[in-house]
Design a protein around this ligand. Structure first.
Ligand code: PRP
Ligand code: URA
Length: 204
């Protein structure tokens, strides 16, 4: 269920994001552009239905989207991936799950939750970094408890450990990522990774 983005522009943008010299304004712009590619990748199997229209010259049966969407960023870094979904799917509902990793234990603590109705929707949980997988597993638990039945996880960089953790607990949740990196370091940061995504996004 792991889908790694396969697009030259994706590789280019990711290298820009990884570069330690990329400053927050450029970092946000690259994040937005990569988010657009990932949003397209994660929604390529959305159902569509017939829809009859009149073109200027004749009647035509086209296809339109048949399933509503919800995007749920895991705060705070996930906020950087919301606008691409809103740009592509203006009717998307937006919910929020606030989780923060403890700097010593790397275990995530829940501090906020605000969700729209999720039943029947394609729910896209977005978080740029999948490291130990603890935050993603907790977020998916929250979405399931809130009634979601069709969940995808969209990230920018995933570690093998994080992918294994999500697949062990939520094997039916597809994971979309721009890169599958090598490993975690002793502080549970992804290698080669790009550092602390939230800090780089917000200049903190
Ligand atoms: C980062 C990141 C993920 C989490 C990944 O957030 O955005 O949510 O760490 O790590 P995990 O897979 O080991 O749980 P962080 O908790 O640092 O909070 P922030 O987004 O507010 O910076
Ligand atoms: N969170 C981040 O922002 N970066 C990592 O490498 C791991 C967790």
């Amino acid at each position: 269920m792991l889908h790694v983005l396969n697009h030259p522009l994706g590789a280019h943008l990711l290298t820009r994001l990884r570069d330690r010299d990329t400053q927050p304004a450029a970092f946000r712009a690259f994040c937005h552009q990569l988010g657009l590619l990932l949003a397209l990748d994660a929604t390529r199997d959305l159902p569509t239905r017939d829809h009859v229209i009149e073109t200027p010259v004749e009647k035509h049966t086209g296809r339109i989207l048949a399933q509503p969407l919800a995007v749920v960023p895991i705060l705070r870094a996930g906020l950087g991936m919301v606008q691409p979904f809103v740009d592509l799917f203006p009717d998307v509902s937006v919910g929020y799950v606030g989780l923060e990793r403890d700097h010593v234990t790397a275990v995530a603590r829940s501090y906020y939750q605000k969700l729209p109705p999720l039943a029947g929707k394609r729910v896209l949980a977005v978080d740029p970094m999948l490291a130990t997988g603890g935050s993603a597993v907790q977020a998916i638990d929250v979405l399931l408890a809130a009634g979601a039945t069709d969940i995808s996880l969209v990230c920018i960089v995933a570690s093998p450990e994080g992918v294994r953790a999500v697949e062990a607990v939520h094997p039916t949740v597809p994971i979309f990522t721009a890169a599958l990196d090598r490993e975690l370091n002793t502080k549970k940061y992804i290698l080669p990774g790009l550092g602390d995504f939230g800090d780089r996004l917000y200049g903190t």
